[in-house]
Design a protein around this ligand. Structure first.
Ligand SMILES: [Zn+2]
Length: 108
């Protein structure tokens, strides 16, 4: 969900669109943000993993300042960290954050 949103935000949504502030608000909620999504919309990581918590802040911050490269980096870091540290939380969860910055937006 977030990987799609972040791509959309980059490509199709103007800087002032109201949906941006709605998504930003979700990014501030630890269970609903990018990291929370990976945990199945749980905020359990906040007390368990400092790195995840920090990455959550990064997504929030880069989204706010609309830094695409920052978001890309946060995605890569998070994907890397997750696959190393948390991939056994749930068996299906090798997350695939969409890191291809040249995504041809499959029309939504
Ligand atoms: Zn972690």
């Amino acid at each position: 969900m977030w990987s799609e949103r972040l791509n959309q935000a980059r490509e199709n949504i103007s800087s002032f669109a109201p949906i941006r502030s709605r998504w930003y608000r979700e990014l501030t909620i630890s269970s609903a943000c990018v990291v929370g999504e990976a945990y199945g919309f749980s905020s359990s990581y906040v007390h368990k993993c400092k790195t995840c918590k920090e990455l959550g802040f990064q997504f929030m911050y880069y989204f706010l300042i609309q830094s695409d490269s920052g978001i890309e980096n946060a995605k890569l870091d998070f994907e890397d960290h997750w696959n190393k540290e948390h991939s056994k939380i749930k068996t299906k969860d090798k997350i695939k954050v969409d890191t291809d910055s040249q995504v041809q937006s499959h029309s939504v």
